[in-house]
Design a binder for this molecule. Structure first.
Ligand SMILES: *Cc1c(COP(=O)(O)O)cnc(C)c1O
Length: 410
């Protein structure tokens, strides 16, 4: 704790502002401590976390079982690199594959790395197994996608903030409207190797495709020998009520990408789940990551797999999600000039406003004595995605705060 500082929040915000790049515009709260759905700022004020680090904290901040696994492994060995083997990776990958029904796991660290890995695998599969001409492979993606921040990924983003100033764009990607299966059929040609999509677009503001879309795209891709790549980095691990959001239409994509919640909110873990027929295009030396498959992350991954088998996060997400959406719809009825739409699946929920959302998220943060932390996405929407250890009583309280804020802010 710094001495002789009057305003602790200001002190830390100024440090950030002076010493770190300005690539975010965070809500002005400085968090010092967390447990479950709650966080505390440097002044000891308590808040309910309704963002969950973009669904990384599905199992609650500092989940005791996950922290225990992390500490236990940290005392043994943390990182060996893949030049050697460790006793945590295989065990964790086996549990993850058994849980998800996939044959093989490629471990990486962050979401963008999982996406990049899948794109590399899809291209190589296209050349080696589909017979696409050298350097001609095409991958189809959707408008309003969010798949991360690498130079290739932002090249196929349709958000100017993400791509402007970062050209030239990596070739070999085609963008089609989201939720439109016919557009996919039209965009396919003999060089198409994969279609990558989010089963629900989280960053775009929780956009849910029309019923039947996932089934249709899966059929189209199978018919044309094109790989389906589901980016479940935000939607996975019970956020929308099922282990994967693809499950809502019972499809099994050729590759499923995991990150965020799969690290239990305690350590970055990501990767690609697939079949051997696809994954075996990767051979020694063709792909890698120094930290990918590290003992610490893999111990956490194994603990996450054990945790979700013991708990009923799916039911909580489905039932409480419905309760929360119904409550938000009642608030919308009360403020029809402020709230344009309420939408969600499980506990991945958003409200779209007619006005800019920032004043509302600020007011939720400022609510006394306990605040509520949510973040606007794309200026006009507010996403609510509390940890899945939330209770009905917690959500009732959150609804009261939200209603109060809509009453106050003009
Ligand atoms: C967060 C996210 C990513 C990128 O993950 P990082 O760990 O931030 O690189 C990719 N896809 C989706 C759908 C995401 O929500």
């Amino acid at each position: 704790m710094p001495k002789n500082v009057k305003d602790l929040t200001k002190f830390y915000l100024e440090l950030d502002k002076r010493w770190t790049a300005h690539n975010y515009k965070p809500i002005q709260v400085v968090i010092e401590k967390a447990k479950g759905i709650w966080v505390w700022d440097v002044n000891g004020k308590k808040y309910m976390d309704c963002l969950s680090a973009y669904s990384s904290q599905n199992f609650g901040h500092n989940n005791p079982k996950l922290v225990k696994a992390l500490k236990k492994q940290a005392d043994k060995v943390i990182l060996t690199s893949r030049a050697f083997c460790n006793d945590a990776m295989g065990k964790a990958a086996k549990k993850l594959c058994e849980l998800t029904g996939y044959e093989v796991f490629l471990p990486m660290n962050t979401g963008a790395e999982a996406v990049e890995s899948a794109l590399k695998i899809a291209r190589k599969w296209g050349y080696e197994k589909k017979g696409v001409d050298e350097n001609k492979a095409e991958i189809i993606v959707c408008e309003n996608n969010f798949h991360g921040r690498t130079i290739t990924i932002v090249g196929f983003s349709t958000d100017p903030d993400a791509y402007e100033g970062f050209g030239p764009k990596t070739p070999g990607f085609k963008v089609i409207p989201y939720g439109d299966a016919q557009a996919l059929e039209k965009a396919i040609n003999k060089n198409t190797v994969a279609f990558m999509f989010e089963p629900i677009q989280g960053e775009a503001g929780v956009l849910i495709p029309p019923d039947g879309y996932l089934k249709e795209i899966a059929t189209i891709c199978r018919k044309n020998k094109i790989l389906t790549i589901a980016d479940e980095i935000q939607t996975g691990f019970y956020r929308t009520g099922l282990l994967f959001a693809s499950g809502h239409e019972a499809i099994k994509p050729d590759m499923t990408l995991v990150a965020k919640a799969v690290g239990g909110g305690v350590f970055p873990v990501s990767g690609v789940l697939s079949s051997w027929e696809i994954m075996d295009v990767l051979t020694p030396g063709t792909h890698g990551s120094t930290w990918g498959g590290n003992s610490l992350g893999m111990a956490v991954l194994e603990a996450v797999c054990d945790l979700v088998k013991e708990a009923n996060f799916g039911e909580i997400s489905t039932e409480l999600g419905k309760f929360f959406v119904d409550g938000l719809k009642r608030i919308q009825e009360k403020f029809p000039k402020k709230i344009k739409e309420v939408r969600g699946k499980g506990l991945l929920v958003a409200i779209e406003l007619f006005d800019k959302a920032r004043p509302y998220t600020e007011a939720m943060k400022n609510h006394k004595p306990v605040g509520l932390l949510a973040k606007e996405t794309h200026e006009f929407s507010i996403r609510f995605a509390p940890p899945l250890v939330v209770t009905k009583a917690d959500l009732s309280w959150a609804l009261e705060v939200i209603e109060e804020v809509f009453d106050e802010v003009n």
